[in-house]
Design a binder for this molecule. Structure first.
Ligand SMILES: [Zn+2]
Length: 110
């Protein structure tokens, strides 16, 4: 039985599997952190792995409202890096797959 928990992006409200969204967490000391593993204790908000949603988050302060805390530029940078890393990893892994799928088969005799 698969029953993946669904979460929605606080910016665009798209529902996705939990592991397809980036969790931003505010801990009990009001420190905001990027929680890529989704395991940090505290109040969490989710955002797409999308620069577009991040830019909107900065403009509209929706992420701050969702967590009820101020988010510094430094933290926004950390979020941006996490998103970029994820996007980069996905690009790299898919191009590796296609490169490995091909082997020379010109060894036929006779
Ligand atoms: Zn979104």
């Amino acid at each position: 039985m698969k029953n993946l928990p669904q979460r929605s992006c606080v910016i665009c409200r798209t529902q996705k599997n939990k592991n397809e969204l980036l969790r931003i967490v505010k801990n009990k000391d009001n420190i905001v952190k990027v929680d890529e593993k989704g395991k940090e204790p505290g109040r969490g908000a989710y955002i797409c792995y999308s620069i577009e949603c991040l830019e909107k988050a900065k403009k509209t302060k929706k992420l701050e409202n969702a967590l009820n805390v101020n988010i510094s530029d430094k933290t926004y940078n950390e979020i941006e890096n996490a998103i970029k890393n994820k996007l980069l990893k996905e690009t790299t892994s898919s191009s590796q797959q296609s490169a490995n799928g091909k082997k020379s088969g010109g060894d036929v005799i006779g």
